[in-house]
Design a binder for this molecule. Structure first.
Ligand SMILES: [Zn+2]
Length: 445
């Protein structure tokens, strides 16, 4: 019988805190040994000479098979997994959004079943969208019986899944008591909804009114308000997809005061500015997402925040739509489904714009793409290359170049916001749970 052992030879292993030249022995689904000159008769040997070996990427923020007013998003758990693997991501955290009146536990079990076809590890943030007499008990059950470590709430979208501040405070306090983390979409709903309707009623229907109706102050105000609650209740919080300099400045200040305020940003906010909205509909609509793309000073501030540790994680907010779906908002920017795909490109964009451009070290790259996420969301066995950890890892070729294109991407949508960008660095080999799932330009799933 063939052994289930793999040896990765000549690895330059990069963890969050050190770089080590060694071999890695994988037995079953675990990292069994890290040492010089490992030999194991019958093991499958991969030579990683000249390459980095990094923990498998963890994308903290994806929406696969998300039901929306424009139908299901373009990537389901299978195509989303393919794209994730291709780009070096081995774990994703998706979302459980119940219907009004539905139990959080029931919604969690249903979502878990929907994700059963996934080829990567899938974890969930669970969203209380209302406060009922059962909510606290359901949150407790999710934490204790199902290992949920995070709850997601929306300060925006109050007319659907968003919550008012009274409910927000209850969720924050309950999650804190349970030792769970509340993660928050921070935008001031009132002014955004007002501006959206105002622009539309003035005949301003183009995609470029999307960013204009979601000013940076709307994000900063909500971040500030959340930080007040976090400080007053003494609970940890995490702002998803932070996009503005003003928001970053508040978070940095609160962190200095000792508030446990974690921040996530996304590759798109590190890559583009709002200039992309000044384009014909099909092109501009691709970039309609919330929060919207911002100004150059915001992008610069985000890079600085990655460098100094204010921002801990990079999630893609992967939420892909086809051009047909985007066209629903052809005559009304309010009806363009919000979101874009990116799960495939997270590591290569961060490597190209960060590491290869000397803004980030390899260790910071590992912190931002896997280690910090594993720590913050307590994903046991993830985020490190060390003995006893899960054998989820990536052999990263720092020299390989390619141009991102809808012609050859693995994501399912017929558009790509990164179209035409040349990236350097590529996941050459990807191993999940001790199984080689990508190698030399081929998927084995
Ligand atoms: Zn999202």
């Amino acid at each position: 019988m063939k052994t289930s052992q793999i040896i990765i030879k000549n690895a330059l292993i990069v963890n969050y805190n050190e770089e080590t030249h060694a071999d890695i022995l994988i037995t079953g689904n675990k990292i069994a040994l890290i040492d010089r000159n490992i030999s194991a008769p019958g093991a499958y040997v991969i030579d990683a000479g000249g390459k980095y070996v990094i923990p498998g990427g963890i994308d903290t923020h994806v929406h696969f098979a998300l039901p929306t007013f424009a139908g299901l998003t373009a990537d389901d758990f299978l195509t989303g997994s393919h794209a994730a693997i291709w780009g070096g991501t081995t774990s994703v955290i998706d979302f459980v959004t119940p219907l009004h009146g539905q139990s959080l536990v029931q919604a969690y079990l249903q979502r878990q079943a929907e994700a059963s076809g996934a080829l990567v590890n899938v974890f969930f943030h669970v969203s209380p969208i209302e406060w009922t007499e059962n909510t606290a008990q359901q949150m407790s059950q999710l934490v204790k019986d199902y290992g949920v470590t995070s709850f997601k709430v929306y300060m925006a979208y109050k007319n659907s899944i968003g919550i008012d501040d009274k409910t927000l405070i209850k969720v924050l306090e309950t999650a804190g008591r349970l030792g769970a983390l509340t993660i928050v979409h921070c935008e001031n709903d009132e002014i955004i909804e007002y501006l959206r309707d105002k622009y539309y009623s003035q005949g301003k229907t183009l995609p470029l009114y999307h960013p204009l109706s979601r000013p940076d102050e709307a994000e900063a105000e909500a971040i500030g308000r959340l930080s007040l609650y976090a400080k007053s209740l003494d609970v940890p919080v995490y702002a998803v997809h932070v996009s503005t300099e003003k928001g970053i400045n508040i978070i940095r200040q609160r962190q200095a005061e000792g508030v446990q305020f974690f921040a996530e940003t996304c590759p798109q906010y590190l890559t583009f500015t709002d200039e992309v909205y000044d384009a014909p509909f099909v092109e501009a609509a691709k970039y309609v997402m919330s929060p919207p793309l911002r100004k150059e000073h915001d992008r610069d501030a985000l890079w600085e925040a990655l460098g100094d540790g204010t921002v801990s994680t990079i999630g893609t907010d992967h939420c892909s739509f086809t051009n047909d779906q985007k066209a629903m908002g052809k005559d009304d920017f309010r009806h363009i489904p919000n979101g874009a795909g990116g799960v495939e490109h997270r590591l290569e964009i961060l490597f190209t714009l960060g590491v290869a451009s000397r803004k980030l070290t390899m260790q910071q790259f590992v912190q931002l793409t896997s280690y910090n996420a594993a720590q913050i969301f307590r994903l046991k066995g993830k985020g490190m290359i060390a003995q006893g950890y899960d054998a989820d890892l990536v052999i990263w070729d720092p020299e390989q170049k390619h141009t991102i294109s809808v012609e050859n991407h693995k994501m399912n949508a017929d558009n790509n916001i990164y179209e035409g960008i040349e990236v350097v660095g590529q996941a050459e080999t990807v191993i999940i749970g001790g199984k080689v799932v990508k190698d030399q330009g081929q998927l084995f799933v």
